[in-house]
Design a protein around this ligand. Structure first.
Ligand code: PMP
Ligand code: GLN
Length: 382
């Protein structure tokens, strides 16, 4: 077969998890919790199965779940999405992003991404036959560089992908950032694909600035969420897209032939579980405590810490470690760290099309305290 993705191998998350398993390393690489989800959520799904919700869901998603999402978005961001015509349940955020990209583009169009970026954006753009225009986030701070972003817009630009809180760097866009973005996009017809899967993991004193908060962004945005992140169930692959009716109509036109619909009992279970806001309201404090413990431990080592304002990733600079391996390319360093030290991490170079090497690696701290403690003990040797 002639591949549609020349030069693309196994994605970094699969590769590092496989290596971690092979060497029985502590896996702080791929982003997923190593603890159980709330028993009440598992019970709600079980009940949905027992109640017979086991056949195809409606194509856009179970109405109760779409209503629960609309109510949550209204309460948090003050934007009233129609559950009927503006919310679509997807097979995780991955399918949401892929379908949104396909929706916005024709072959030859351009899509702007801000690097480093999540690994599914560039292949999605490529498979759509579009061209990715890569704009770097500001070196060092990884904050948006709006002058460079504005300069990258051409008559062929059809969409811009943003991600706040950010994977891998944990930066969180401010209200002023979103305002500036709104101003830049105002004279254009560019669609905004706003990857907000870590919306509920923003650490005090910051708050999540959703594209849904600003009318000039909401009117052009596919706002994307994922229950895998919010409810500690990454394996369920249930997410959503909130978008104006005209964008949603096109999204669903594609979605119906991409997956048609998403698994039914999970949707019912999540809808019931969402009636209680406590689980996602408690998430920032829950993860901030893990972040703080993990950072305090790493601060005792020679890893240099980058800030972490949101999401469940902590990035660290390896250039001051006392081992010769610190001079390896960071991807090779991560393999060595997994094999020899027994801790898996993700090189930031995996989030750049050209594999830019900055001696930065990413740890996921969505782990039991004892897992983090054991990893810190091993990392302290470096
Ligand atoms: N976007 C970002 C920034 C992510 O980190 C992830 C999960 N790794 C996804 C999208 C995909 O989410 P899901 O697992 O719901 O497909
Ligand atoms: N989003 C997760 C991460 O960044 C992993 C997703 C995946 O394995 N594809 O680690």
């Amino acid at each position: 077969l002639e591949t549609r993705l020349p030069g693309v191998g196994d994605n970094i998350f699969s590769a590092m998890s496989a290596l971690a398993a092979q060497h029985q390393a502590i896996n702080l690489g791929q982003g997923f919790p190593d603890f159980a989800c709330d028993a009440a959520l598992a019970d709600a799904v079980t009940q949905a199965m027992r109640a017979g919700h086991n056949q195809y869901a409606p194509m856009p998603g179970v109405p109760a779940l779409r209503q629960a999402i609309a109510a949550q978005l209204q309460a948090l961001y003050g934007h009233a999405y129609s559950a009927e015509s503006e919310i679509t349940i997807t097979a995780g955020a991955t399918q949401a992003i892929f379908t949104a990209i396909l929706c916005c583009t024709q072959p030859g169009d351009e899509v702007i991404v801000l690097e480093p970026c999540y690994d599914s954006y560039l292949p999605g753009i490529r498979l759509a036959g579009a061209a990715a225009v890569r704009v770097p986030l500001a070196p060092g701070s990884f904050r948006p560089d709006f002058d460079r972003l504005a300069a990258a817009i051409t008559p062929r630009t059809r969409a811009l992908v943003i991600n706040t809180p950010h994977n891998p760097t944990g930066t969180v866009w401010s209200a002023a950032d979103m305002q500036r973005l709104q101003e830049i996009l105002a004279p254009t017809r560019i669609a905004l694909i706003s990857d907000e899967v870590y919306a509920h993991m923003v650490y005090a004193p910051l708050r999540h600035e959703s594209a849904a908060r600003l009318p000039g962004l909401a009117s052009r945005a596919f706002v994307i969420g994922s229950f895998g992140k919010t409810f500690h169930v990454t394996g369920w692959k249930v997410g959503y897209v909130a978008a104006p009716a005209a964008l949603t109509a096109e999204l669903r036109r594609l979605h119906q032939f991409n997956v048609f619909c998403v698994n039914t009992p999970m949707q019912h279970g999540i809808a019931a579980y969402m009636q209680n806001p406590a689980p996602w309201q408690q998430l920032p404090a829950f993860y901030a405590a893990k972040r703080d413990r993990f950072r305090a431990g790493l601060a005792q080592t020679r890893f240099r810490l980058l800030p972490c304002e949101g999401a469940y990733f902590q990035c660290a600079d390896i250039s001051e470690l006392h081992v010769p391996e610190r001079d390896l390319p960071e991807a090779t360093f991560c393999e060595w760290l997994t094999r020899e030290i027994g801790v898996a991490a993700i090189p930031l170079s995996a989030f750049y099309a050209d594999g830019l090497d900055q001696k930065l690696i990413r740890f996921c701290f969505a782990k039991k305290d004892e897992t983090l403690q054991a990893a810190l003990q091993r990392l302290a040797r470096l």
